[in-house]
Design a protein around this ligand. Structure first.
Ligand code: GRF
Length: 207
């Protein structure tokens, strides 16, 4: 059991992606352990889910720190304390500084509700609707210093319908997010993700 991947989840919101990871672990599909869940919002749904499953969780109040760097130092200390190997951003609404990125280089995953590099940043679904694309989707990628940049691990395409609203499109994308995030973490836990020149390749299973 001790060779299970140790995950730390960062979440600011309702935490449905967190839930999909918890569900995959509980059903035995994903051999990993969520060691700690950290939120920058006190009332995040993600923290309620953490309590429900008795997963260690912390609220870090950014307002308490003098700088973002100080906040991240505390975050790093916390993740280190629980020997976190992979940091999973699941609706975490803060951009991490190069200091944090360097510390966990290629060990931080993020999920974004578009087919990156299209529509990075906030309101990706609204951006897709306003642009008029006919296909959008979701992307799981390693986080780097940029906004929703970094090596792409998995993507899923989702059709945009003519009568879609931000809500209906978001729901359709979210369903795919809930499949792709656990899948990407599983690939990582199996040591099957290789990054070369910024490009991810997925190794086949041995045996
Ligand atoms: C998701 O759409 C994710 O792609 C984006 O933030 C949202 C988080 O949703 N980064 P939830 O908190 O996991 O339900």
């Amino acid at each position: 059991m001790s060779d299970m991947l140790k995950i730390g989840v960062l979440a600011s919101g309702r935490g449905t992606n967190l839930q999909s990871i918890i569900d995959s672990i509980e059903s035995g599909k994903l051999a990993a352990e969520i060691k700690v869940i950290v939120s920058d919002r006190e009332n995040a749904g993600a923290l309620i889910r953490a309590d429900k499953y008795q997963i260690t969780n912390h609220y870090l109040d950014l307002g308490k720190y003098l700088s973002r760097l100080e906040f991240e130092e505390e975050l790093i200390d916390l993740l280190e304390k629980y020997n976190v190997e992979l940091v999973v951003m699941a609706g975490f609404m803060r951009v991490l500084t190069p200091h944090f990125i360097n510390h966990y280089r290629q060990r931080i995953m993020n999920i974004h509700p578009s087919l990156l590099p299209a529509f990075p940043g906030l309101n990706a679904q609204k951006q897709a609707l306003e642009y008029g694309v006919k296909v959008t989707g979701c992307t799981v990628h390693f986080a780097d210093e940029g906004m929703d940049t970094g090596p792409i691990i998995l993507q899923a395409a989702v059709p945009v319908k003519e009568n879609d609203t931000v809500e209906s499109l978001s729901r359709r994308i979210l369903k795919e997010e809930h499949k792709k995030y656990p899948e990407a973490i599983k690939l990582y836990s199996q040591g099957r993700i290789v990054i070369s020149d910024g490009i991810v390749k997925i190794k086949n299973c041995v045996g």
